[in-house]
Design a binder for this molecule. Structure first.
Ligand SMILES: [Zn+2]
Length: 232
């Protein structure tokens, strides 16, 4: 059976070769979604090792966060952009799982994330869910959850208002625009929990600020943040 399975896999790979989502080169046996060279070369931030890192600092005075980190630097025309683009716009949800597992390794290495109770991905608005078909952050969260052995839930934090046309707005306007976008239900079930909020790319921090504050205002014990990438 094993030989047959291996043979079938080889045949499928021959007919439909799997390519690395970072560099586009052929993947070898045992490689999945991202090749070994890309995994090694990715621009890791090491933000998980210190609490006063750029992502955490960006949130100072805006959100009472225990720890915040992003794993990679996001820049245009790079492997990181290829990965995020594939995940968000090409339906390659498996990249999210792989990135989530990679992110989990950093989280495990960090002393600040030791007592997480529940993982919550930043929600997408329903309109966007309908056009895209999925929330990329849920896949990152699923990869994290698998590796950390902690549950994920999308039932507590909801996105009520669409904020699609706001990318070009200034930070202050974006912040104003983010108020009342999110809501929390069944808050009593979150009481005394250390929540890990998960996002794909941190830019201004406005989304994390809004999500984080609504969670804290609803009585969670502690909030931490982990994202795949940070766009400076
Ligand atoms: Zn590669």
């Amino acid at each position: 059976m094993f030989a047959l399975k291996r043979y079938t896999e080889d045949l499928i790979n021959l007919l439909f070769p799997e390519l690395c989502n970072g560099c586009g080169k052929l993947l070898y046996h045992g490689e999945k979604d991202i090749c070994t060279k890309c995994l090694f070369d990715l621009p890791y931030t090491d933000f998980h090792l210190y609490q006063d890192n750029p992502v955490a600092k960006q949130l100072w005075g805006r959100l009472n966060v225990n720890a915040a980190m992003a794993m990679l630097y996001f820049k245009k025309a790079t492997k990181v952009q290829n990965l995020i683009h594939g995940l968000k716009y090409d339906g390659k949800t498996e990249i999210g799982i792989t990135l989530g597992k990679l992110l989990a390794k950093k989280v495990i290495e960090s002393e600040f994330y030791a007592d997480i109770d529940l993982i919550i991905p930043v929600p997408l608005h329903q309109k966007k869910m309908r056009t895209r078909g999925y929330n990329q952050s849920e896949y990152i969260a699923a990869g994290l959850a698998e590796e950390l052995n902690i549950s994920v839930s999308t039932k507590y934090l909801l996105r009520d208002k669409s904020t699609e046309s706001q990318t070009k707005k200034a930070r202050y306007t974006r912040y104003e625009n983010m108020q009342d976008v999110f809501s929390v239900i069944k808050a009593e079930e979150l009481a005394e929990k250390h929540i890990l909020l998960v996002d794909d790319v941190v830019t201004t921090g406005a989304t994390l600020e809004a999500c984080g504050n609504i969670l804290l205002n609803n009585g969670i014990k502690k909030l931490s943040i982990a994202a795949v990438a940070f766009a400076e």
